[in-house]
Ligand binder design. Structure first.
Ligand code: G4P
Length: 525
């Protein structure tokens, strides 16, 4: 019973947004409510400053902070909350994609003035693919922005999800008065303040003349009309549709002014899912009734060149993890025990004695783990759903020091296991191609190869548009395609066939000319 309670009170989620929408600010306010921190400003932004792109050491230093803030666990009311942080810089988007495989739900932050931005759209694609329940927080209501109804339409269109407002703003910018909380039937009046929570009045009947006393007659009339329109246009909020990933509740507020955040959190803990059943290749795992199992979704390397120590982040999918207990490392077929696993409470790391499904623990790693590795109590399981996405930029990697080719190969192998980049081997000329989501990773790889492995590499440009994983029901069609496109065929690290399209046009032509072939932009389909 204790186990079931522990698991069901867990809420493990990520906050995602386009940089600058207010993710860090919102995280900080949530931590304030959990008592995990006591003053605003205590959370260091792991945001990477845009100007720093040329100086990646600086970026890594800033990113180092993110180990501490990678997972922020705290108790709120009867719930245990685990917020998984995601890097804001788009060059680390692959990290974010993987983090999304370890969460049970997501909160998306959107700036009222900017609406849906590129990064949000991409991340939402991943949520949609995984059917992750999402909640939307429209931030910066203290600034002027888009008309809220227009924004709702934009959210539906751009994020391809149904939306349902659960709070509604009364004006915005300088005139911002607050929100009507539809979910709790309350009127929340706004006072700009970074530390205090706003005033909230229970207000079941918006037709009561008392509304005029609080916001004046013009705004009262407008609010009633808006709420009528919402009632007419949007169906009642349906939690099941939210849990299926088909419907996103929307809240409005101002993270900076701590307005609307508590309301978001209160609704979130009530409706967001506790750890859900997880599919493995063998069977579905149930968090409460299966013994311990989990998978590695992220590896954070220490930048200290003197010892190659990493932290492997494990999401517990079922049961309970206990310190100094033997667990099976499936890929090695070997039992391992951990005395130094860390839990993440507030902003401190502490050695963990036990942890439950939904929790993330950090395992000290000296090269034992790669992304996707599974640990169990003994059963042979392989978790599904850790896809690789097509990189955005590609380069040939060449050895710059012929005496160190062994070191180079080992380095490339380990760094790609860690998820820093993807490796493809061109079947035509045997050359190795490294693919990343951003330019920055090439510098990271070059530096780390030199400092951690003593290997030197050179990059040679190769113009590619996308890497597509291909499949077909017909082996003959597949063989024919591979023969015709042999110059552009590669294998990924797992030995899967990948077509390297050098332009959108080439890809479209291939799709047209080879209708029996299916082209995928992620390795899982
Ligand atoms: P991010 O993690 O999504 O990248 O965004 P972050 O929270 O760092 O917020 C980006 C900027 O937006 C910050 O300003 C932050 O203070 C501001 N901001 C966040 N929420 C609100 C809000 O509700 N209203 C208003 N007006 N601004 C908000 P900055 O000037 O870039 O940084 P800072 O010097 O304030 O830290």
């Amino acid at each position: 019973m204790e186990l079931t309670n522990e698991i069901q009170r867990r809420r493990t989620f990520a906050i995602i947004s386009h940089p600058d929408a207010g993710k860090t600010t919102l995280t900080e306010k949530l931590l304030l409510f959990g008592g995990a921190i006591h003053v605003a400003g205590a959370v260091k932004s792991n945001k990477i400053k845009k100007t720093a792109t040329s100086d990646w050491m600086e970026i890594e230093k800033q990113r180092g902070i993110s180990v501490a803030t990678s997972v922020m666990g705290f108790d709120y009311e009867a719930y245990k909350i685990n917020i998984l942080d995601t890097p804001g810089h788009q060059d680390f988007a692959e990290d974010t994609y993987r983090t999304l495989t370890a969460v049970d739900s997501v909160i998306i932050v959107v700036d009222i003035a900017k609406g849906v931005e590129m990064q949000t759209r991409k991340l939402m694609d991943v949520c949609r693919m995984r059917k992750t329940p999402v909640m939307i927080f429209v931030n910066k209501m203290d600034r002027d922005g888009k008309d809220p109804f227009d924004l709702l339409d934009e959210l539906e269109q751009e994020l391809q999800i149904h939306v349902r407002p659960l709070s509604w703003p009364i004006e915005m910018g300088n005139k911002f008065k607050g929100v009507y909380n539809i979910y709790e039937e309350k009127l929340d009046l706004y006072t700009p303040s970074k530390q205090t929570v706003s005033k909230s009045i229970q207000f079941k009947d918006v037709n009561s003349p008392d509304l005029e006393n609080h916001i004046g007659s013009d705004l009262a009339e407008k609010l009633r009309a808006d709420l009528d329109l919402i009632q007419g246009v949007y169906s009642e909020f349906d939690v099941t549709a939210y849990l299926k990933g088909d419907l996103a509740p929307v809240f409005f507020g101002s993270a900076l002014n701590n307005f609307g955040v508590k309301e978001l959190l209160d609704c979130f803990v009530r409706i967001a899912p506790s750890p859900r059943p997880v599919k493995t290749e063998e069977r579905e795992i149930t968090p409460e009734s299966d013994p311990f199992s989990g998978f590695i979704f992220k590896i954070h390397a220490n930048m200290d060149p003197n010892h190659r120590s990493c932290i492997a982040f494990l999401k517990i999918c079922s049961g309970k993890f206990e310190r100094n207990t033997n667990y099976k490392h499936i890929r090695f077929d070997k039992m391992m025990k951990f005395s130094q696993a860390t839990a993440f409470m507030a902003q401190k790391k502490e050695t963990v004695d036990e942890a439950y499904a939904g929790d993330i623990i950090g395992l000290p790693d000296t090269g034992n783990f790669k992304i996707g590795d599974t640990l169990t109590s003994g059963e042979i399981l392989h978790f599904k759903g850790l896809p690789s996405f097509s990189p955005e930029t590609f380069k040939y990697i060449e050895n710059a020091d012929p005496l160190k080719s062994k070191q180079l190969n080992k380095g490339i192998d380990q760094l790609t296991d860690e998820g820093v980049a993807q490796l493809f081997t061109n079947q035509f000329n045997g050359r190795k191609i490294v693919g990343t989501v951003g330019q920055l990773q090439f510098e990271v790889i070059q530096y780390r190869l030199l400092h951690e492995y003593g290997a030197q590499c050179k990059w040679e440009s190769v113009h590619l548009y996308k890497a597509c994983w291909i499949e077909s029901n017909s082996q003959e069609a597949l063989d024919n395609f591979k023969k015709r496109k042999h110059q552009y065929m590669a294998l990924d690290k797992q030995g899967r066939d990948v077509f390297l399209a050098d332009s959108n046009y080439v890809l479209q032509m291939a799709q047209q000319d080879f209708p029996e072939i299916r082209f995928h932009f992620s390795s899982e389909f």
